[in-house]
Design a protein around this ligand. Structure first.
Ligand SMILES: Nc1nc2c(c(=O)[nH]1)N[C@H]1C(S)=C(S)[C@@H](COP(=O)(O)OP(=O)(O)OC[C@H]3O[C@@H](n4cnc5c(=O)[nH]c(N)nc54)[C@H](O)[C@@H]3O)O[C@H]1N2
Ligand SMILES: Nc1nc2c(c(=O)[nH]1)N[C@H]1C(S)=C(S)[C@@H](COP(=O)(O)OP(=O)(O)OC[C@H]3O[C@@H](n4cnc5c(=O)[nH]c(N)nc54)[C@H](O)[C@@H]3O)O[C@H]1N2
Ligand SMILES: [Mo]
Length: 648
């Protein structure tokens, strides 16, 4: 390792606390990871767990956990609603996210054609905004102000009506006083939206026969991510739309969901902030530390410094803020192991890359996303292609890694981890279920999924799913309150202390002169249908055509700065700078510029032939790891102050 003879075992020179792990996004779409990753992390024996969740949805996870007692995030009932507000999401490009279904675009078009309203709140006129009945070009990072003002109008104008939820909601008074300072007039300057427009939005939400507010990346990966995520559901509750058809509802997955286990209606709830990161004191949540702290945990000397890293299906060198610092930190590690399919910007630093089979060679059941499905469904996919002889499946690679880290040597049998995982689940299962599964002779992911299905709320079996290759439709979403709640009080906690504690920070920005950015441009991200985060750029058919990694600039800003459409510009932030072609477009708010993430494939040592020919620029060379949402520690990726100038 790193040129020096490395004879002692890693953990003999440093303790387990010197080892960290980074878990990337594809794990959420990978059955093996969903089933075994927890045991693998336990096996690695590290508490320095980072993941893509803290550059993504952690604020929503936290607000849902605190309000409902487990990670149960309401999804908009798109197919039955008459009024949908989409904030900081672009399902025409992303096809949804924390709300999943085939053909989001078709479902949104159906909403508009049945006379429903689609309001899009986004600094860009996105593909989704273009099909909407109203576009509200909010200033980046001010959605919490907007939603607080909507809530303010609802409670002060007598428009709030909790309906059926009334007896199940705690904290109404606290919410009423929390939003008191945020009148439409008070937030108009900061949000860039007229007070009348905000008041009108609140009225229409209250008057609609059914309505749902849905927020995504633009509401979570920003300065007030947790407050915004919380306010989305506060507005859904205040308008009586939470948990009713056409409103924001809860999915009921057939397998593996925390909100179908345990005692219905009550639980231990979720505790956050149980510890803090060593260097900057960023808060823990759901067993992880914010990834914005990862580089400093590696490059800051002292007790507890990370000297080894395992990355699993992640490319943090392109995905996390101030990636230049992380890139340098990874190069300086004593040991790095990556489980991945590419030699890319991150894995080029690894001493060992453990390759895994293609997605087409693995069976699949969507343990994660069915918890956020717009309709209850269950589907099992058999592998499309066989595994090459003797080649381990991804879960076996992960399991073996954990066993080796436990000192069991390279001959360790991954089945040990499978048996332990199964035993832990089977312990709570009825004897006849265990017998039935034993009779099938199944092992590995299939056995675990079969057990989860049989003990799940529909009592399905894996055989039933195998016999239904197109999946089983379990029907539209149905009301689940109070049964879904897992809070100690048995109520929806509408005013969690940890979240309300962040309100003074929001209030302080109301009086900041000239808005939040003192005249600088604000950088936001965007997604493109043909790109998926950082790792789909090595596929010719997806990247051919005109370049997609361009900086969107409004014509007014372009004229003022002397920027020509198609010409290269230099974009500089507090932490870095990049050079990219400008794309001058009216489809963005003046004062805001947009650059997609996941590009910048021009690093030496990567093996991405197609991607490096269309390298693009890394937007996370500009994002700043010192900017985080206070409650979650989630990175701020949208609303980064930058300056833009024609390239020299
Ligand atoms: N500026 C900015 N930054 C962002 C975002 C943004 O909007 N703006 N979005 C954020 C979001 S939402 C996310 S989710 C993160 C993503 O952050 P990451 O998860 O760190 O990045 P990905 O680009 O998804 O990288 C996935 C890695 O998994 C590998 N891989 C693909 N399939 C498999 C597989 O089956 N098994 C294994 N073991 N590896 C596989 C790929 O080669 C790649 O190395 O990026 C975040 N970063
Ligand atoms: N084709 C494709 N599909 C994907 C992905 C992909 O990379 N490509 N990634 C997947 C992943 S990992 C995720 S997490 C999801 C994300 O799913 P979405 O969140 O639906 O996707 P984005 O396109 O990032 O949409 C975020 C929107 O927020 C806007 N925005 C930025 N800042 C702000 C702000 O401060 N306020 C408001 N109101 N809006 C703001 C941006 O202009 C953008 O339109 O998509 C998933 N699907
Ligand atoms: Mo994501």
């Amino acid at each position: 390792a790193r040129g020096e003879p490395e004879e002692r075992r890693h953990d003999e020179r440093h303790g387990r606390e010197a080892l960290g792990v980074y878990i990337g996004n594809p794990n959420a779409h990978n059955l093996g990871s969903m089933l075994y990753l927890r045991s693998v992390i336990r096996g690695l024996g590290t508490r320095a767990v980072f993941s893509a969740s803290t550059v993504d949805q952690r604020p929503k996870e936290i607000s849902a956990c605190l309000m409902f007692g487990a990670f149960s995030a309401p999804v908009p009932d798109v197919d039955r609603t008459s009024f949908l507000v989409v904030i900081g999401a672009n399902p025409f490009a992303s096809n949804g996210s924390l709300a999943t279904a085939p053909d989001w675009p078709g479902r949104l078009r159906a909403l508009v054609s049945r006379g429903g309203e689609l309001v899009v709140v986004d600094p860009r006129r996105t593909e989704t905004a273009r099909e909407a009945t109203q576009w509200l070009p909010v200033r980046p990072g001010t959605d919490a102000h907007l939603l607080a003002a909507v809530a303010n109008v609802l409670v002060t104008q007598g428009l709030a009506d909790l309906g059926r939820l009334q007896p199940h909601v705690a904290g109404m008074e606290a919410v009423t006083s929390a939003v008191a300072p945020f009148t439409p007039e008070a937030v108009a300057g900061v949000t860039g939206l007229d007070a009348d427009v905000i008041r009108d939005l609140a009225r229409r939400l209250a008057d609609a026969p059914s309505a749902a507010v849905y927020g995504r990346m633009g509401t979570t990966a920003q300065e007030f991510g947790t407050l915004t995520s919380w306010l989305v559901d506060v507005v859904n509750i205040l308008t009586g739309n939470l948990d009713r058809p056409g409103g924001a509802m809860f999915s009921k997955p057939a397998a593996g969901s925390a909100n179908t286990r345990g005692t219905p209606g009550r639980g231990r709830g979720v505790t956050i902030h149980r510890r803090h990161s060593r260097v900057r004191g960023l808060p823990e949540s759901l067993g992880e530390l914010p990834v914005a702290a990862m580089a400093e945990e590696i490059d800051t000397p002292g007790e507890g410094q990370l000297r080894g890293m395992v990355t699993i299906a992640g490319n943090p060198v392109l995905s996390t803020p101030n990636s230049g610092r992380l890139d340098a930190a990874l190069a300086d590690l004593e040991l790095m192991i990556s489980v991945d399919v590419y030699v890319n910007e991150t894995t080029r630093h690894a001493d060992v890359i453990l390759p895994v089979p293609s997605a087409l060679q693995k069976p699949h059941y969507d343990v994660a996303l069915y918890g956020l499905a717009l309709r209850n469904v269950a589907n099992w996919s058999e592998p499309v292609l066989p595994l090459e002889d003797g080649r381990p499946d991804e879960w076996e690679v992960l399991a073996k890694l954990a066993l080796i880290a436990q000192g069991m040597g390279p001959g360790a049998d991954p089945a040990v981890v499978d048996d332990l995982s199964y035993a832990a689940l089977a312990e709570h299962a009825p004897a006849e279920v265990v017998e039935a599964i034993d009779a099938t002779g199944r092992r590995g992911p299939a056995r675990l999924v079969d057990l989860m299905l049989r003990t799940g709320p529909y009592g399905l079996t894996l055989d039933e799913l195998i016999q239904a290759p197109h999946g089983i439709d379990l029907g539209p979403l149905e009301p689940r309150i109070p049964e879904i709640l897992r809070t100690p009080s048995g109520c929806i906690e509408m005013a969690p202390e940890e979240i309300l504690a962040d309100l003074p920070r929001l209030q302080a920005t109301l009086s900041s002169p000239g808005g939040l950015n003192g005249g600088q441009l604000l950088l936001i991200g965007r997604r493109d249908l043909r790109s998926n985060n950082s790792w789909m750029h090595n596929v010719e058919v997806l990247v051919k055509g005109k370049p997609r990694c361009t900086l969107h600039v409004h014509p007014d800003d372009a004229a003022r700065l002397g920027i020509a459409d198609g010409a290269d510009v230099e974009v500089a932030s507090a932490v870095g700078e990049v050079r990219v072609p400008a794309q001058v477009t009216e489809d963005i708010r003046p004062g805001v510029v947009s650059l997609p993430h996941g590009w910048g494939h021009d690093q030496p040592g990567i093996q991405l032939r197609v991607a490096s020919r269309r390298a693009g620029a890394n937007s996370n060379a500009l994002t700043d790891e010192s900017l985080v949402d206070a409650v979650s520690g989630n990175a701020v990726l949208n609303g980064i102050p930058v300056s833009v100038a024609p390239a020299r």
